[in-house]
Design a protein around this ligand. Structure first.
Ligand code: AHR
Length: 511
């Protein structure tokens, strides 16, 4: 018996001894805060995101709603602690004329949504509906202004309509439409993807347009607007360079960046029936965010060494072929454990660069691309991505704890990626949280975490994983994937040992 125990102990020791994953967490000296706005979402007039997603209409008697906005969705988003919501696009923003979406609903003009399916938009969901939704959610609105097909006057008036307290033609109009107090919208995008659907502009031209538009967007009520420039398409570093160089920084609070985890734009692959090659490619694109952030930040550092201008990743996530039988222009896709991996590693990257990334928006919130929520009539499901965003929200507004990670490789064919991704923070109540992801779909990962100087005594946690990468929640089986208690971590002195199952996301709490 004694011999058997000794053999077992030796086997355990040697299995940990060969573990190559090592994580060191340091107490921060720099006091970088993980801005809660990194956890933002995005709602575009696209497919079933607004109509038949968020908004089911005031006359809907089947789906419980308040002023047409479904209640179950509001409750679910509140649980996520959604900090901000971007609207009305995306590409749609540069075709949107906000005055079409105010006043009596029956009298609003319609338009054709040229970017997304060519459907007729009746403008029944407009500025009041969106800003009231944000109030219900306790989220900051982030309005994307129309630069591509709008005018300076139109955007100036939108700012006045929603923000001006005193008497003016626009604030009077707002009051006539039933809203006495301004909403005080702080976050404003000056166009969207100006290099593409927002006008196919060159960066120098857009920088000049930005200067003009931003000048006439009035600060007000004692609050300064947070103006965000339409940013680069993934690795277009010249775009960031020109904007940082040519736009006066007092007019510029943020520069955006868009990056989707797509391997081949011509052949994006299915959302659920993918193979390991496609999975590996998606992970490679998701992890490429690290290089993007480093390189765009280095350019920003050159012009803004004090990091006053934020990098705002206001579109990110996975993008696949639409679900069979759905409108190709509606971008409706299912959401699997692969998406949970994208969310976990991306948020870790954002945390670890929280000194520069102070806002981000997952595309999109419901029924479009990497959604946190899917709806079908009266039914609503939470996706694996939702669960990751919920598990991770303990990091919102916490102090970043810098990590150093030595990870095993996840090998596929002749290529490799780091298997483990990590980030850590300490919140105002003194709790430390560590987020860990193992993207390897076949191998578990043993991690030794060095917590020197942190005096921690207990560990608990939750895990999100499933039998297969391709697993997802359905309207018939909505809880197949959900977080459960995690028992794979043990703390002894300054050392934490964690065993991460294949393709899993874990959030630990230490105190
Ligand atoms: O999120 C879908 C689209 O992707 C947005 O409208 C656009 O900004 C981007 O190209």
């Amino acid at each position: 018996m004694k011999k058997a125990l000794t053999t077992l102990a030796c086997a355990l020791v040697s299995s940990w001894a060969v573990a190559q994953n090592q994580l060191t967490i340091s107490t921060s000296s720099e006091n970088v805060i993980i801005d809660k706005h990194i956890y933002g979402h995005f709602a575009e007039h696209l497919g079933r995101c607004i109509y038949d997603g968020i908004y089911v209409g005031e006359k809907n008697t089947k789906i419980p709603n308040q002023k047409g906005i479904r209640n179950d969705l509001v409750d679910a988003l509140k649980k996520l602690k959604i900090p901000n919501l971007r609207w009305p696009g995306g590409c749609f923003a540069d075709t949107y004329h906000w005055k079409d979406g105010i006043g009596p609903k029956g009298k609003r003009p319609s338009m054709v949504n040229t970017w997304w399916g060519g459907v007729t938009e009746d403008n029944s969901f407009g500025t009041h509906d969106f800003l009231d939704l944000c109030e219900r959610l306790g989220a900051e609105p982030y309005l994307a202004g129309n630069v591509g097909s709008g005018t300076v006057q139109e955007l100036t008036e939108w700012v006045q309509y929603v923000n001006f307290e005193g008497k003016s033609p626009m604030s009077n109009l707002r009051q006539e439409n039933g809203r006495a107090k301004p909403w005080n919208v702080k976050y404003w995008g000056v166009g969207n993807e100006a290099w593409g659907c927002g006008g196919n502009m060159k960066p120098e031209y857009y920088a000049n347009e930005y200067r003009k538009y931003a000048t006439f967007m009035p600060d007000g009520n004692g609050a300064k607007l947070f103006r965000i420039a339409s940013g680069a398409n993934s690795a277009d570093y010249n775009w960031t360079e020109v904007l940082m160089r040519d736009i006066p920084h007092e007019l510029l609070a943020g520069v955006a960046l868009h990056h989707y985890s797509v391997t081949n734009w011509q052949k994006k692959g299915p959302s659920t029936e993918f193979d390991e090659k496609q999975y590996f490619g998606t992970m490679k694109q998701a992890l490429f965010m690290e290089e993007l952030v480093q390189k765009h930040s280095a350019i920003m550092d050159k012009y803004d060494p004090k990091k006053k201008v934020a990098l705002v990743v206001d579109e990110w996530g996975g993008w696949y072929e639409v679900e069979p039988g759905t409108n190709p222009g509606f971008l409706y896709q299912q959401n699997t454990i692969r998406d949970a991996m994208i969310a976990g590693v991306t948020l870790n990257i954002f945390h670890n660069h929280a000194d520069r990334i102070r806002m981000a928006n997952l595309a999109q919130v419901v029924n479009v691309l990497q959604s946190v929520i899917l709806t079908k009539g009266e039914k609503m499901i939470l996706t694996p991505t939702y669960h990751v965003m919920e598990m991770y929200n303990v990091h919102q507004d916490a102090t970043l704890l810098p990590v150093q990670l030595k990870s095993n490789d996840y090998n596929f064919e002749s290529d490799k990626l780091k298997a483990v991704s990590a980030s850590a923070s300490k919140n105002k109540s003194g709790l430390t949280h560590v987020s860990l992801v193992n993207i390897d779909p076949k191998k578990e990962q043993d991690i030794i975490v060095d917590l020197k100087g942190m005096n921690l005594e207990t560990v608990s946690g939750r895990i999100l994983s499933s039998g297969k990468l391709q697993d997802y929640n359905t309207f018939e089986n909505p809880n197949k994937i959900h977080p459960v208690a995690f028992n794979g971590a043990s703390l002894s002195g300054n050392q934490l040992k964690v065993k991460l199952p294949p393709a899993s996301v874990v959030v630990l709490e230490l105190k």
